[in-house]
Design a protein around this ligand. Sequence first.
Ligand SMILES: Nc1ncnc2c1ncn2[C@@H]1O[C@H](COP(=O)(O)OP(=O)(O)OP(=O)(O)O)[C@@H](O)[C@H]1O
Ligand SMILES: [Mg+2]
Length: 375
Amino acid sequence: MTTQTTSAAADTTAPTTAPAVEIQGLSKEFAGHLAVHPLDLEIRENEFFSILGPSGCGKTTLMRMITGFETPSSGRVRLGGVDVTDVPTRNRDLNMLFQSYALFPHLTVFENVAFELRVRRVAKAEANRRTTEALELVKLGHLGDRKPDQLSGGQRQRVALARAVVSGPKVVLLDEPLGALDQQLRKEMQYELKRMQREVGITFIYVTHDQEEALTMSDRIAVMSEGVVQQVAGPEDIYNRPETRFVAGFIGSCNLLDVQAPAGAEGEEVAVEVPGVGALRGVLGETVPTPRAGTLLLRPERIEVRRAGEGDGVVGVAETLTFLGEEWHLHLRVGEHLLRASVSSLVKERDLPGLAAGDRLSLSWRPQDARIVVR
Ligand SMILES: Nc1ncnc2c1ncn2[C@@H]1O[C@H](COP(=O)(O)OP(=O)(O)OP(=O)(O)O)[C@@H](O)[C@H]1O
Ligand SMILES: [Mg+2]
């Protein structure tokens, strides 16, 4: 619908370079409270892009501004290079699947999916063909005659998905679409969603507060906290190179130690003094122009644990040992700090036989696994 106009002289075979969605300075204020601080974001064509953050951080508000259901307090929204900030929702080439989606109870599965095409006055034969295709895509071709109350939760969810993609929008926004499903079904649907997105080649913007879901499904993730986007990166970078204390603490498990960050360039190896622990090695996660308060980030699985005396690392005393099957979680007392470490069951059996609470252990890590950030 919102295609770019190309002049006769333009090379029409060139791929469009405009991002699927481009946001500039977009913000939303509700009664004096900034729910979304001014933010810039680019979402690429065919990307599976997730917005991840705790409840109330502004995810739905951001989505509603992209769709046009919410009027921004400032900023612009572009779809495929076209400014749609003042374009009504129905004229934007996108679809949104809401947090609590609703199917029409009196219509069959087939009619529910075809509904949008009828509204758009797509010819009947064409509408039937596309509806059949969409139902095949979500593997519900055989249930077209059922009513929603004759379906399981997962099947209803699939109908809603088919409905969101049937009109072939450029962008589909999904707001916690799997929230109501049990764990097993959720896992299956995650896989289905990802497969569908690849198959149909639609840009997905996916809201979730489940970090594992975001890591496994996304090409890139924007992590939000209190209306601010903290970091935008691929899953591995988000996990291994968090840029802020919040991102490190929100994604996975992480030891967060207050430190004084020395001045230096990003990636520089430094030593920081931790009261009661001593000097710890790490790298600066960003360039620090002048010394300031920061956080040392250290993932539990990056700590190497040995019997004290064998190595020259920091010494900690095991307080608790918890067996989780594939690995052990340890709480280690180091001065006034309690550090978490995880050890694979293999390593525990092989290198730490008979490990018990009260044992003294030597802890070490590679400098690049202890990142120091100041935000
Ligand atoms: N219409 C509104 N009027 C006033 N405040 C609102 C309105 N809509 C949202 N808010 C507030 O804006 C903030 C962000 O809300 P939003 O719904 O975007 O959060 P969310 O990240 O989607 O949370 P959740 O994960 O719980 O769905 C919250 O503090 C919320 O109370
Ligand atoms: Mg929400």
